[in-house]
Design a protein around this ligand. Structure first.
Ligand code: DGL
Length: 256
């Protein structure tokens, strides 16, 4: 029997999943969390399916060794590449994430939706299925964003260099008439303001952090794993495959 007092494991290729952790901690204040930033292997966006599956498995084993009761794959790329593989091989529930294509297609009035994500996520079979299922009658324009994840990993959340890069990725979407843009990578919510500036005030930005937190609560309830109210102060431990001292200021800034 898994102990409801055990922590929830959360992982990402780096610090991007902290945008999901923020929503998890807000919705589940009585839970403890163990966050793993795989920053030594970041970005996943340019890696093969097999490489991402191997990293996801190695991190899952570390989180299970720390007795995590449920694992949130706080990375669209790792979910698309590896969540089915993880579910088939490990005995805990996994909550994954996917770009918000479904709500975006329901929301658009112009009939054009833009998706910003990593190349690996946009090339995944699971992503193609998502578009095929939910985008009937809607034009979905995808845009890989090399360099953005690296900016967030380095704590570069503003300034002309990152703004210029974002402008370059967002303009083709708005020029094509997109009125909804999906932030399909967990690093991008930290750049939300710059994306909104580039897209203009009439464009709606969607990410799935909050929906993933709600899904996590549903799974905990379903499996009788929800921690009782007042059971903990909501401890957060974090680990990384990179240099902890170097990453610390970024983690502290993104969890503040
Ligand atoms: N944060 C990631 C995602 O949600 C992956 C970024 C990367 O490592 O390329 O897709």
């Amino acid at each position: 029997m898994t102990d409801p007092a055990a922590p929830i494991g959360v992982f990402d290729s780096g610090v991007g999943g902290l945008s999901v952790l923020r929503e998890l901690r807000r919705l589940l204040p009585d839970e403890d969390f163990l966050y793993y930033a795989d920053s030594a292997h970041c970005p996943y966006g340019g890696k093969s399916l097999v490489e991402i599956q191997a990293r996801a498995a190695a991190i899952t084993e570390e989180l299970l060794a720390a007795a995590c009761k449920l694992i949130v794959v706080a990375c669209n790329t790792a979910t698309i590449a590896a969540v089915e593989h993880l579910r088939a091989n490990y005995p805990v529930p996994f909550v994954g994430m996917e770009p918000a294509v479904k709500p975006a297609c329901a929301l658009t009035r112009s009939g054009v939706v833009g998706v910003l994500a990593t190349g690996a996520a946009l090339g995944g079979e699971k992503f193609h299925r998502l578009v095929a299922q939910h985008a009937a009658g809607v034009r979905v324009i995808t845009q890989p964003c090399p360099g953005l994840v690296e900016c967030v990993e380095a704590g570069e959340l503003d300034g002309p260099r990152v703004a210029e890069l974002i402008g370059r990725y967002v303009k083709p979407l708005t020029r094509a008439g997109a009125d909804v843009i999906v932030l399909g990578c967990t690093h991008y919510p930290f750049l939300r303001e710059l994306v909104q500036n580039a897209a203009g005030p009439k464009v709606t930005l969607l990410d799935t952090g909050e929906a993933v937190a709600r899904q996590t609560r549903r799974v905990l309830e379903r499996d009788a794993l929800l921690r009782a109210a007042g059971g903990s102060v909501g401890r957060l431990e974090w680990r990384t495959s990179a240099d902890r001292g170097e990453l610390r200021p970024v983690v502290e800034r993104l969890t503040a």
